[in-house]
Design a protein around this ligand. Structure first.
Ligand SMILES: Cc1cc2nc3c(=O)[nH]c(=O)nc-3n(C[C@H](O)[C@H](O)[C@H](O)COP(=O)(O)OP(=O)(O)OC[C@H]3O[C@@H](n4cnc5c(N)ncnc54)[C@H](O)[C@@H]3O)c2cc1C
Length: 386
């Protein structure tokens, strides 16, 4: 079914899901988005609503409490949420694609049974701790260490910019850590750290430019001791496994970005029809109509890019290049559209209560998180043999 996904002819079950999430986004998320943004508060009630709808379990099998859907279904939900509130969309994206997915992909049966039901139900959140003060784009530069002592891993180090890591419902952080060294080559593994483990601290939240209702913290690990069986996946495969998670995650971020880009189009069309200047709606001016037409073209092209990457991934074909292309063009579409939408809204576009103003502040991080624009270009170039 996913061999060929067209933006115009979605199979019925996908279309129904998108419409259900669209309705939730309009009726539950949109009314409180500006307030959470202004107060920098995590939207617990909205998250509980998404949990009730099963969104945190979308791409997981029913045996782990999931909805039995697939990654493309998650992307459709992210697109709809991204139209109205990027903070809510990234909370879901990080919870599923970065939080639960590593355990589903690389965990053993015991780890899956322990963690997945609570994560897929949305009762709790897991975070993905890769980035460090000295290891961002160059994530292999990890300095956090984990050493074995009396049957336990002892984790020491720092992570930064970690999404969903300090909410009241966060129960787990999956961290990359150096577990050995062969010559100059670091052995990097992944360790599961429950957030109630002594020595683990989620430091105060960042004061961000955007995504204000999304939860982001620096983390410190001081002699954090967890059982040796908290190793996730094979020892020494931690970095490679996280890179696979990021390849998939780029399709999800692209979907969220398309939502943002489309949200800006929808808001602009409405405003351009209503706002009068010089005795007529501003949309009658070709300069405005062309701007909005170009915005629509960007959103549409970016959507086809993420549909294509998702279709390749789901059919088991290589999708690395297409995922990077989708992330690149979709994040740029979101940034460009949010800038144009703000211009179309004039002074109102600079007022935080307007959705386009939020998109303007929120969209910048789309070109940075889960691999910057430059990293996507490096990856695409590498896939081309350059
Ligand atoms: C709100 C937010 C949420 C986040 N959530 C998470 C999370 O949940 N988990 C997590 O692990 N991380 C998370 N991150 C971290 C994010 O993925 C990193 O910020 C990102 O990968 C960039 O790393 P950096 O900030 O260290 O920038 P740097 O790597 O220092 O890059 C700085 C600049 O140099 C450029 N650059 C670097 N190397 C090259 C090169 N070789 N060629 C050309 N240009 C280059 C980059 O593109 C960038 O423009 C989050 C970040 C933010 C802001």
């Amino acid at each position: 079914m996913t061999d060929y996904l067209s933006t115009g002819t979605l199979p019925e079950d996908y279309r129904d899901l998108a419409l259900t999430v669209r309705d939730f986004a309009q009726s539950v998320v949109a009314p409180v988005a500006a307030e959470h943004d202004a107060n920098h508060t995590f939207p617990y009630k909205v998250v509980a609503g998404m949990a009730e709808m099963g969104l945190f379990g979308l791409p997981f099998p029913e045996e782990f409490g999931g909805m039995g859907g697939d990654y493309f279904a998650l992307c459709l939900a992210l697109e709809e949420l991204g139209k109205v509130d990027q903070s809510v969309a990234i909370t879901l994206e990080a919870g599923v694609s970065l939080g639960a997915m590593p355990i589903y992909r690389f965990g053993n049966r015991k780890q899956q049974e322990e963690w997945l039901p609570q994560l897929t139900s949305g009762r709790s959140l897991a975070a993905f701790g890769l980035t460090e003060p000295d290891a961002g784009s160059d994530a292999g530069g990890t300095r956090t260490t984990a050493t074995v002592d009396s049957g336990e891993w002892v984790v020491n180090g720092r992570k930064q910019f970690i999404t969903n890591s300090g909410t009241d419902i966060t129960t787990l952080v999956t961290v990359t850590a150096v577990t050995g060294q062969t010559g100059a080559k670091k052995e990097i593994s992944t360790i599961l750290v429950p957030t109630d483990t002594p020595g683990f601290v989620a430091e105060p939240a960042y004061n961000k430019v955007g995504w204000n209702a999304s939860d982001t913290h620096p983390l410190t690990f001081t002699d954090v001791r967890v059982p040796e069986e908290n190793l996730l996946g094979e020892r020494g495969r931690g970095y490679a496994n996280f890179l696979r998670i990021l390849d998939e995650g780029r399709i999800a971020i692209a979907a969220l970005s398309v939502g943002a880009a489309q949200g800006c189009v929808d808001e602009s069309v409405r405003y351009a029809k209503e706002r009068l200047a010089f005795g007529q709606p501003i949309g009658r001016n070709q300069a405005i109509a062309f701007k909005i037409a170009r915005m629509e073209a960007r959103a549409h092209a970016a959507r086809t890019a993420y549909y294509d990457a998702a279709a390749l991934m789901l059919s088991g074909k290589p999708f690395k290049k297409e995922a990077s292309i989708a992330k690149l063009v979709a994040s740029e579409a979101a940034m460009d559209n949010s800038r144009d939408a703000t211009q179309i809204f004039g002074g109102n576009g600079f007022m935080n209560e307007y959705a386009v103003a939020r998109h303007y502040r929120d969209s910048k991080i789309l070109e940075i998180g889960e691999g910057t624009t430059e990293v996507q270009l490096m990856l695409i170039g590498r896939e081309l043999g350059l």
